[in-house]
Design a protein around this ligand. Structure first.
Ligand code: ZN
Length: 244
């Protein structure tokens, strides 16, 4: 089975469309979405509707929860808060119900799926020591996470006391060796922050035992045009060009 692993779409329709076009050509059979479909960007309803129509397992991210639970936005930066308040206003009832039904965790073909970390969906996993918190909770050899918007993976096993970290802002292939544990982040579809402005996602091939992180160009100008038209904070548009 070939799974497309997508995360942190953040209402960026142009990026989502580009990723799905390429993933389809790569014969992805099913998808997993690691949360944050909405927030920051200007196309929350379109992105929810596209994800709902995929053959997909979806978990919720902190922005998805904040979009439907008033009060959660107090933890956000002022700009992120402005975006989530706008999102809450424009979401359709169907999409609100869709987000409300999502769980914070899932298991797909033996792999654990979470937004930020296995112990806490809101936790940012950025270092090998922080990766250990999830690795210790894993029942199998493989887990995926998002939330940081960085494409990378952590490998743990054997005599290694701390996980080895491999950042992959230009993409790359992780081969899943027997006897090791892997914690992988496919990067962000809609708002990469690892210095590469290209949309990021991964393809997990269960037979080949590989996870490939792919980066690709998308129509950033269109995503920015929508952000300006919606009256969202300018920084949400500017950062897309920089990949931060
Ligand atoms: Zn996010």
């Amino acid at each position: 089975m070939r799974y497309g692993i997508i995360s942190d779409i953040h209402s960026n329709l142009s990026a989502l469309e580009a990723v799905l076009t390429l993933a389809r050509r790569g014969e992805v059979e099913e998808y997993v979405c690691l949360g944050d479909i909405v927030g920051y960007g200007a196309s929350p309803n379109e992105c929810c509707e596209i994800v709902r129509d995929l053959p997909v397992t979806v978990i919720c991210g902190n922005h998805d929860v904040a979009a439907i639970q008033p009060g959660r936005e107090i933890w956000f930066t002022p700009a992120a808060r402005a975006c989530i308040l706008w999102t809450r206003e424009v979401l359709t009832d169907e999409n609100r119900d869709f987000l409300a039904a999502l769980s914070p965790r899932a298991n797909v073909a033996g792999a654990a799926m979470c937004h930020g970390s296995l112990p806490d969906p809101d936790f940012y996993t950025t270092t090998p020591e922080e990766a250990l918190l999830s690795l210790r909770m894993m029942e199998g050899p493989l887990a995926f996470f998002g939330h940081t918007h960085f494409a990378e993976w952590f490998c743990h096993g054997g005599e290694i006391l701390v996980p080895e970290e491999a950042t992959r802002p230009q993409g790359g292939v992780c081969t899943l060796e027997v006897g090791y544990q892997y914690l992988l982040n496919p990067g962000a579809v809609g708002q990469p922050r690892d210095g590469n402005h290209q949309a990021s996602f991964a393809i997990w091939d269960t037979e080949a035992r590989t996870v490939e992180i792919l980066r690709l160009d998308y129509n950033i100008a269109e995503a920015q045009r929508r952000i300006y038209a919606a009256g969202l904070p300018e920084n949400m548009a500017l950062r897309l060009t920089l990949g931060i």
